[in-house]
Design a protein around this ligand. Structure first.
Ligand code: FE2
Length: 226
């Protein structure tokens, strides 16, 4: 393996090790691990090997620097090491139908990088994704749903989540969240950027759908003024 392959492999293995140690935390962890266990996680995709700057590199660095939870040390170490081996991309609403009302916060600052997926930096899979996802500070990622069942591993110290119409709840670093297929969810990011590992189990090509709620303006104003 090249050094680059070793770093991407180490990050993937650190994520798997964390999920294995927390397989009872939420539904879905077992299924994600099962898919990964059936994959040949050796070698890496030859393309996309050049590190590329994004307009959010400073925010990403801040999010990485904020990963201080001892439980996440393995992921933090390997993610910092592999940061420039990953291909960071902005979602310019390409996962949504045209005109989706995602709001300015999401559009202004989001990044993701795939370790496993159809066009991933590391390992190929046609209908499964494993990657890292970042949102800028004071962002409401508005309520949405998608066919793909989704697992989040929160890497940042505090993030707010709303599932369907239930009350908002804060989640700490190391927490896991399982969104079953088409289950509505929203995320709010406070004054530090949001960083997570995410997995989409299947149906990854089906477009996401924004679900209108009447409190978005109020939440976005509160985040902006916090
Ligand atoms: Fe989602």
């Amino acid at each position: 393996m090249t050094k680059r392959e070793q770093r991407l492999h180490a990050l993937t293995q650190a994520i798997i090790a964390y999920l294995e140690a927390h397989s009872d935390a939420v539904d879905g962890v077992d299924n994600v691990l099962k898919t990964l266990s059936h994959m040949k996680l050796t070698g890496t995709q030859p393309r996309d090997t050049r590190p590329r700057a994004t307009r959010h590199d400073a925010v990403l660095q801040c999010a990485l620097d904020n990963m201080t939870s001892p439980a996440l040390q393995g992921i933090s170490h390997s993610l910092n090491a592999a940061r420039n081996d990953l291909v960071w991309r902005e979602d310019e609403a390409q996962f949504y139908p045209p005109g989706a009302d995602l709001g300015d916060g999401y559009r202004q600052c989001n990044l993701h990088a795939l370790l496993v997926g159809p066009d991933a930096a590391a390992f190929h899979h046609a209908d499964f994704c494993l990657g890292v996802f970042m949102l800028g500070p004071r962002t409401l990622y508005r309520d949405h749903r998608h066919a793909a069942p989704e697992l989040y591993l929160n890497l940042s110290a505090r993030s707010g989540w709303r599932f369907d119409t239930r009350a908002w709840q804060d989640y700490p670093a190391g927490s896991l969240i399982w969104n079953p297929s088409n289950a509505p969810h929203a995320t709010r990011v406070y004054d530090e950027p949001f960083l997570s590992v995410f997995a989409w189990l299947n149906d990854i090509s089906t477009p996401c759908q924004v679900i209108p709620r009447d409190d978005w303006a109020e939440i976005e104003l509160a985040l902006a003024n916090a």
